[in-house]
Ligand binder design. Structure first.
Ligand code: GLN
Ligand code: ZN
Length: 759
């Protein structure tokens, strides 16, 4: 039987983050756009070649992007917000993504429940949509020249609209009539490329609980798109959850195939019969595109055999569960990792081989494997057995402590605590602070790296970090900020830093995953039971506190964020792992407050993205996520002020849950989305103190004093000054000192102005 293997999409940042490096060099005016394009071409070539060499049949084009695929789709449709019109093509693209001197960037937000961020399209009735297919067409041709016939990945129209915002805040789906003809035009262009072309429409929005009104668009859309020409094979790809409602409709359209995720959407099994009846191809997502564990091939074959009891084998195509964008590139550069643990892992490149091997066995049986493949198959069985039975994973002491842990929340009511804290801490209304990190300079990065590579002694390293902290404090004092931070120079990343110090955590050298634009994160991975061998932050924070009379805020990452931004073991439920982390953090908070730290911020940047995509799973998530935040801060005394920070603005649906977390102060992102969304705090009578970001830190632009005065006044329309803190949207580590200093000085000046005015 012919073997078919499929990859939904491939990472694009490059095995050594080449794309990141060249983009940042371009933005710093250190290279030309031509050089960017050269690097892009060589990356595309390399990525296609990897997939081809692994024997994958369905390799994508247009999964590459210089910044983001949703942004590319905006360009494709000419969905360009008015404020960017008249910019030259090169300037336009990155200005939309990052803003420029005179224009604010478009909003970014998380791609479903991942840590990838896309640019939110802004649609307006004034727009004139027209097709620009050049990127898609060129990329296809580029691959073909290299002898690789690709399937073309395109964000489907329904997902595109579902993720868009209309400037008049009305329903984006009303724009379907405007953009569908462009998609049809695009398909006619694509049809001219080859005798037969496969097109993958990514429609992950189908895995949400969609209203009937939205579901009713599916048939119209895919009927129309499937009949544009008859030499196209249209695939609709869904992932991250089940898409049973949409699948029911899709089987009655002329599309060629449907991609379903069988790892994160078990209910997809219910769709098999309909798919078989309609004789559609099933792209079966069985190799995890979101985690790094070696596939349990025997288990996967079992899943596939279950599927093939309903769907004809020749209609099944073995696939990754989603784009491999969410896993790191290749294990090749992991030189320092413990060999046994490394042997449990599989990154994107290794997953290609798994997909191929699984498909071979699935279609033709073990006996068809050549010696080498047979050996790989045997090894896979052995590795999975070893991991299940390994003693480095299971820690009796941790499990006992988790079972018996009884301090589930802080002492005292918020109303009493805050009184106590205000007396003790004596901060003003509209107290100014920052979210934690300050610019990570090349020197800091180099020092951390040299230390890691043993080229810098511990003492030298600590001194360098202390110098940074000293400078950071000097600046904050000069600037007039009220609650200071140490700047987080010792942290490469807010999760990895903790992962490296917790037992049960593994970390990689090169496990980078794209977060937004050129920004990557290197999530650590949890392979075993978690405990804290010793304090993780106390030395740095107490050093910083010793250098200032002002209040130094201690900085931790919360349990839910640590969990959500790590690759998590797949042999234990997430909520149990999260509780282990929470208990470790409660010990850290206790140590910090005993060392004299009066304010501790526990960041839950990833609290919201951890929300399940389907409503029916939300209650359970909220229950353990709130439980574990409360466990983490349970050791804080009443006079210790607990802050938390969350990196997004849409709180409407979760405001009550956030209140339940019982933090004394929360800082959130608002600058990019205005204060409309803040009204919810007033509506529900939110009690705790709030620091809505007054400027966007994702852009290098320096906001003026006037702008921030305006922003603060808007905040004051919604919340009383006693309840407000003033801070930027998020941490400043990706910014440069120059712009950071100017922005924060302006922020403090704006606050001083308002205070004077109010006096
Ligand atoms: N304290 C962290 C920082 O400032 C928070 C980062 C975040 O929310 N993503 O970098
Ligand atoms: Zn943030």
């Amino acid at each position: 039987m012919s073997i078919k293997s499929y990859v939904v999409g491939f990472p694009r940042i490059g095995e050594q983050r080449e794309l990141k490096k060249i983009l940042e060099s371009f933005w710093a005016n250190n290279c030309s756009f031509n050089e960017v394009q050269e690097v892009a071409s060589s990356l595309k070539k390399r990525h296609w070649t990897y997939q081809k060499d692994a024997g994958i049949e369905y390799i994508s084009s247009n999964d590459f992007s210089l910044y983001d695929n949703v942004l590319d789709t905006c360009i494709m449709l000419n969905a360009i917000p008015k404020r960017f019109k008249n910019l030259r093509a090169e300037e336009l693209y990155f200005s939309m993504a990052r803003g420029n001197k005179s224009t604010v960037a478009m909003e970014i937000t998380k791609w479903f429940n991942t840590n990838y961020h896309y640019i939110v399209p802004e649609l307006s009735l004034e727009d004139e949509y027209k097709l620009n297919a050049s990127k898609i067409i060129n990329e296809y041709k580029e691959a073909k020249k290299l002898g690789i016939k690709t399937k073309i990945n395109i964000i489907g129209p329904i997902t595109f609209l579902g993720l868009s915002k209309r400037v008049d805040r009305k329903d984006s789906y009303e724009f379907l009539g405007k953009i569908l003809p462009l998609y049809e035009e695009l398909l006619s262009e694509i049809a001219k490329l080859d005798e037969v072309v496969t097109v993958q429409f990514d429609e992950p929005i189908f895995v949400k609980d969609n209203e009937e009104k939205i579901l009713s668009l599916i048939k119209i859309t895919y009927d129309r798109l499937s009949i544009v020409t008859n030499n196209l094979k249209i695939i609709v790809s869904t992932y991250f959850e089940h898409s049973t409602e949409a699948t029911k409709i899709l089987v009655n359209t002329p599309i060629w195939g449907i991609g379903l995720d069988f790892l994160y959407g078990k209910e997809n099994f219910e769709s098999l019969e309909a798919i078989e009846k309609a004789n559609k191809k099933l792209i079966a997502g069985v190799v995890d595109g979101r985690n790094i564990w070696k596939n349990d091939i025997q288990n996967t074959l079992f899943t596939l055999s279950e599927i093939s009891q309903v769907v004809e084998k020749s209609n099944i195509i073995v696939s990754s569960s989603c784009s491999l964008l969410h896993t790191p590139f290749s294990l090749k550069y992991e030189e320092r990792m413990n060999k046994n643990i490394k042997n449990w892992l599989s990154y994107s490149v290794e997953k290609l081989n798994e997909i191929k091997l699984i498909s071979k066995v699935f279609y033709n049986g073990v006996n068809c494997l050549n010696d080498e493949e047979a050996k790989l198959f045997e090894e896979n069985i052995q590795v999975n057995y070893d991991r299940k039975t390994s003693t480095v994973i299971h820690d009796e002491n941790v499990n006992l402590r988790v079972e018996n842990f009884s301090k589930l929340q802080r002492d005292g009511k918020y109303e009493d605590r805050i009184k106590l804290q205000k007396e003790l801490l004596k901060y003003d209304d509209l107290a100014t602070t920052t979210i934690g990190s300050f610019p990570q300079t090349p020197e800091v990065r180099v020092a951390r790296k040299e230390y890691k590579n043993n080229r810098l002694s511990k003492e030298e390293y600590i001194n360098k970090m202390k110098d940074y902290i000293d400078d950071c404090i000097d600046f904050q004092e000069e600037c007039g900020l009220e609650v200071l931070v140490h700047g987080e120079p010792e942290r490469n990343d807010m999760v990895e830093y903790f992962g490296e110090q917790l037992k049960g955590y593994g970390f990689s050298q090169n496990g980078w995953v794209q977060s937004y634009g050129s920004r990557c994160v290197k999530p650590p991975f949890i392979y075993g039971d978690i405990s804290r061998p010793k304090p993780m932050t106390v030395d740095w924070i107490t050093y910083a506190q010793s250098k200032t009379q002002k209040i130094m805020k201690g900085m931790l990452t919360g349990p839910v964020t640590i969990l959500n931004w790590s690759f998590v073991r797949d042999d234990k439920p997430r909520d149990e792992v999260s509780k282990q982390i929470a208990i470790a953090l409660s010990d850290e908070i206790n140590d910090l407050q005993n060392a004299g730290i009066k304010i501790i911020q526990v960041d839950e940047a990833a609290f919201k993205e951890g929300y399940p995509l389907r409503n029916k799973n939300i209650k359970n998530y909220e229950k353990w996520a709130v439980r574990d935040f409360k466990i983490a801060v349970s050791s804080a005394k009443e006079h210790t002020q607990i802050h938390t920070h969350m990196c997004y603005s849409e709180f409407n649906d979760i405001i009550k849950t956030i209140e339940e977390m019982d933090a004394d102060v929360i800082s959130i992102e608002t600058a990019r989305s205005g204060n409309e969304l803040l009204k919810i705090f007033k509506e529900v009578g939110y009690k705790q103190e709030v620091g809505p970001g007054v400027y966007d830190i994702h852009s290098p632009r320096v906001p003026s004093v006037e702008e921030m005065i305006k922003q603060i006044k808007l905040l004051l329309e919604v919340l009383p000054k006693e309840q407000l803190w003033i801070n930027p949207d998020c941490g400043l580590k990706t910014r440069k000192w120059e712009e950071t200093k100017l922005s924060l000085q302006n922020m403090v000046e704006a606050v001083n102005y308002i205070r004077k005015e109010n006096r």
